[in-house]
Design a protein around this ligand. Sequence first.
Ligand code: ADP
Length: 825
Amino acid sequence: MSAGAEVLGKDLAYECLAGGGDMGAHMRSLDWSKTALGPLPQWPQSLRTSVSICLNSRFAILIWWGPDLVMLYNDAYRDIIGAKHPAALGRPGRDCWPEIWHIIGPMLEGVVRKGEATWSNDLLLLLERDGYAEECYFTFSYSPIRDESGGVGGVFTPVAETTPHIVGERRLRTLRDLAARAGNAGDTQEACAAAIEILAANAWDVPFAALYLLDDDRMSARLAGIHGIERGAPAAPASILVSDLAPPLAVAVRNSQNIEIPNLAEMLGPLPGGAWNTPCHSGIVLPILMPGQPVPLGFVLAGVSPRKRLDVSYRTFFELVGGHISNAIADARAYQEERRQAEALAEIDRAKTIFFSNASHEFRTPLTLMLGPLEAMIERARPSTLVDREELQLMHRNGMRLLKLVNTLLDFSRIEAGRIHALYEPTHLGAFTTEIASAFESAMKRAGLEFTIDCPTLPSPAYVDRDMWEKIVLNLISNAFKFTLAGRIAVRLKATGGVFELRVEDTGSGIPEHELLRIFDRFHRVEGARGRTHEGTGIGLALIHELVKLHGGSIRVESAPEKGSSFVVSIPEGHAHLPAASAERRQPTGTLASVYVEEALGWLPETERRTSEPVRLFAADSVQAPHIIPAAGRILLADDNADMRGYVRRLLGQHYEVETVTNGIEALAAARRDPPHLILTDVMMPGLDGFGLLRELRADESTKTIPVILLSARAGEDARVEGLGTGADDYIVKPFTARELLARVGAHLALSRLRREAAERERALRAESEAARERATTLLESINDAFIALDPEWRFTYVNAEAERTIGISRDEMLGKDFWNLFPP
Ligand code: ADP
């Protein structure tokens, strides 16, 4: 570095320090002769010019001058170096910045030596400008200042401190991540883990953290997450009693307050320092708060950076960290609670479905046992004992109501569980609907209602599940009947605009407008609706709605109070909108309409009812012999219900020999001992159930061909398919009619007898042909001529004794051999 050149007069020399705010004044008052720069008049012009630029700049500027890199700076730079001013002014750089000289010293030397400028962007320098080594970032450039000799006399340094920007960005990132990621956790544990992971990514501002959750009794706290510190360290025990917490921690938990602990290291021993290679000495406690709850859920003990003072913005950062963690955990808990509730609801739903399935079994069996004998009694009751008969009919009617209700609830639960399987069959909807609606004709007549059925033949068949369509039509007519005391009811069907439309119109009480929207809700009933009865559960329309939806259709209602209602069901034409049809053909029960009509008749006044013929669940001839003449035979019946055994035995005993057993194991033993002509078995039995029995029977040669009919209360397609899929010959659902039982048993016995007879005949024929063959052989052997037989391939199939002798080859050598091989031409 070259020295200054000419010496100026004193006044002129001081002109370069003119202006420049506080630093200008300060520099003017300084005795420069005591500094390495020497008296001001001796300063070279290049230095004076540089100082003048520096003092008059609003940007922080520092000038290093001479071989010792003596420091000269302006007001803005003074603000950056804090407590280093005023000692730094006019002092060599090395003396002023011992803590960073190892970084900037070589940089400055390089600039002086090479005469080239440098640029540093956001350089981290740990300045001790405030009594401790502080994390600071600077963007600056070192430019050489040429002196009068042409060499580098000093270094010109504009500086911008970027600390607030760098640290602020970093903290914001942490807060943003806490809100976004920890806030999306599925449960408390996940939220804690995410929070800790995010804090760990910012080990500058959060050198370590230990997250604690209080136990339910709030007596102890458990470590739920940790970063930057070892589990079990004095500042991070795995669990701790609240009563043993250090006082500031206890205060934070008790008062739900953030508390700084400046002497944490003294209290708990050496602490880690996170991203800094020096330990933390202070910490902060952040309670984890739940909205509306006075006691915190837990707390975070975090280390405060040893390289940053806990100023307002740092404290605010910690407050926000505590807030975000609290929110994340609160959200996770709410989500967890929601999920728990949804699971509980689903569990209740499952339990309900199972209950309905089981209940159906438990209800159907006793109902069969009550309704069957009741009908037999009604049949037998003499007209003279009218009272008896009416009482029996009362019992019967109510039994049927119960049955209808059980069936509806069962349908509903199965739809809800997604277990209902529709069977869409091409159906002449006009004829089918007319047939269903006609069942109500006599009831309508008795009630004095005009009843129109206008269901003409439609241009194409409709794809409907017939059981479901029957329920739709019957429910709508039954409702119309219930709520129409006088006037007309009409059932109309037409094809219009790509849909088939069924309308059930009545002139009844109608439905208030505000009720129309809710009318298809489950269990919804209109308060004070005027009808023939108050009976009802509000489930009928909801069921219809579901059934119509299964057909890809819709239902709507048009109604006006005191004028009447029209329920309109529309289902699309064709079958493109339906899932692929199942192949199984459903057995029609044929009893549904009578159940509805019987119930409807129950709503009529006594006088109208008394004149009526009894309408039964089971056809009038139900207990008499079916049209199929029963074949005589021996039947094995397996059922664990004694009443059911007795009832079926009474029904079948009139025509067959019946042996009864109480479970599958006994049935199997009985069948092996003395194979019956037919086995009738319950599905649900202890020990070996109906399906198991069937498997065993089919696997045994001696019982393989016995016809088996399964008898069960598990109504529905799935059970039926299961039944037939296992190789049962038939499947009867309880409650069954006596007629149905007798008819099916008779048919299977007849079928099996035909099969047996056919097998017998086949055996006899085979024996006969065997005998004929033997007779022919004996005959051929006895004749004296040689006799051979050849098949179309010229192979020997027969050689008699005389031929053997004549040819001279043994019979065994010839049989099966080629004629031309033995006797080449
Ligand atoms: P339930 O008949 O067992 O009460 P529904 O679901 O079949 O259940 O009907 C629900 C309610 O809708 C009935 O309680 C009745 O108030 C009203 N409702 C249904 N059909 C008619 C109708 N044709 N006329 C007047 N009100 C009706």
